[in-house]
Design a protein around this ligand. Structure first.
Ligand code: NAD
Ligand code: TYD
Length: 356
């Protein structure tokens, strides 16, 4: 049995990942550590309450004392680190928490894992680590900045993040690299494109547009809506993370993407059409500051070296996702109550409507 600490396991990708891993593999015990911020929701995991190989702990990755205790009280073999502040728009209005959680939190975890896993020193003074240890950092393609009309991000594309969110992730990503280069700590870094699927908080494009369309509210498209993202279903991200965890070469970075480039406006129109709603709901609003124009991933490395590829097309995935939000109206209603409405007014109330 391998004990894996998953951080951020009550969020969108984390909750999908925890369920995916417990379903697919019988040799994992999972400890899910999550602070339950606005983005963390234990309801995402309610069907796991009685699962033997699973334990939830509420806590903050920046709390060094708690993280040290977590490693000393549990024999953690591997870490999959997802906990983060994850929304670009929030990072534009409040960057500080992104630095605290994403950068300092990652450093605390790296330190605690390194201490817990060190068995001694080799002849050159490098630490030696317990057999099978691995720290997998879930990074993002946004660390590469933006692309022009042509080209794809590869693992050697220079790091050039533009938003405070992307910069905090890039800083963490480089710290993980540094722990590998300096201490030879066994790490992997995955840089994935935009995810969509069940349990995504409706502040991100796809769930926000689906839920507004269901409620017959306007759909706020930033700028001209021609920004391009490379969409990947969350279940394919989960399978890619597990592939890297099990087969990734120590110290390596792997890009993960869906080969699925779409302009935002086309995604929005597809959602409206699938829900039988009018395109009159589309409202063009003031653009995001520093809005990256295009992201697109070159998957060659993970496909050729580890045999992973995405399993579902965007058309299949988005249909299934829309159905999930329709069938889980209660989940949506709960996460959109209270603080969410304040957020919505703060974020969208002040945006100028550009199309009358
Ligand atoms: P999310 O915002 O849905 O979930 C983040 C989780 O982290 C939440 O459960 C939250 O409670 C928890 N958390 C936040 N601060 C914490 C802290 N201090 N201590 C412990 N837990 C804390 O995010 P997501 O979309 O599921 O993304 C997960 C990871 O994947 C992030 O690291 C993100 O950068 C990365 N990623 C996301 C995407 C995407 O499209 N969503 C794409 C590539 C990479
Ligand atoms: P988002 O889901 O926030 O992901 P990211 O910024 O990390 O790529 O946004 C995806 C794209 O959708 C991005 O180009 C911004 C755009 N967008 C809108 O046009 N309107 C919205 O209300 C939101 C949330 C995003």
């Amino acid at each position: 049995m391998t004990t894996i600490l998953v951080t951020g396991g009550a969020g969108f990708i984390g909750s999908n990942l925890v369920k995916y891993m417990l379903n697919e593999y019988k040799d994992y015990k999972i400890i899910n550590l999550d602070l339950l911020t606005y983005a963390g929701n234990l309801e995402n995991l309610s069907d796991l309450e009685d699962t033997e190989n699973y334990k939830f702990i509420k806590g903050d990755i920046t709390d060094r004392e708690l993280m040290t205790r977590l490693f000393s009280e549990n024999q953690i073999d591997q870490v999959i680190h997802l906990a983060a502040e994850s929304h670009v728009d929030r990072s534009i209005t409040d960057p500080e928490i992104f630095i605290k959680t994403n950068v300092l939190g990652t450093q605390v975890l790296l330190d605690c894992a390194k201490s817990a896993w060190t068995t001694g020193k080799d002849e050159w003074g490098y630490p030696t680590f317990i057999e099978g240890a691995k720290f997998l950092f879930v990074s993002t393609d946004e660390v590469y900045g933006e692309l022009g009309k042509e080209g794809l991000f590869t693992e050697v594309t220079p790091i050039a993040p533009n938003s405070p969110y992307a910069t905090s992730k890039a800083s963490a990503d480089l710290l993980v690299r540094a722990y590998n280069k300096t201490y030879k700590m066994p790490v992997n870094i995955t840089r994935c494109s935009n995810n969509y699927g069940p349990y995504q908080f409706p502040e991100k494009l796809i769930p926000l547009m689906i839920s507004n369309a269901i409620d017959h509210k306007t759909l706020p498209v930033y700028g001209d809506g021609m920004q391009i993202r490379d969409w990947l279903h969350v279940k394919d991200h989960c399978s890619a993370i597990c592939t890297v965890l099990r087969a990734g070469k120590d110290g390596e970075v792997y890009n993960i993407g869906g080969n699925n480039e779409k302009a935002n406006i086309d995604v929005v129109k597809l959602i409206l059409s699938a829900l039988g709603k009018s395109e009159n709901l589309i409202t063009y609003v003031t653009d995001r500051l520093g809005h990256d124009r295009r992201y697109a991933i070159d998957n060659t490395k993970i496909t050729n070296e580890l045999g992973w590829k995405p399993s579902c097309t965007f058309e299949e995935g988005i249909t299934e996702t829309i159905e999930w939000y329709i069938n889980n109206a209660n989940w949506l209603k709960k996460v959109r109550s209270g603080e969410y409405m304040n957020y919505y007014t703060r974020m969208y109330g002040s945006r100028e409507v550009l199309n009358g």
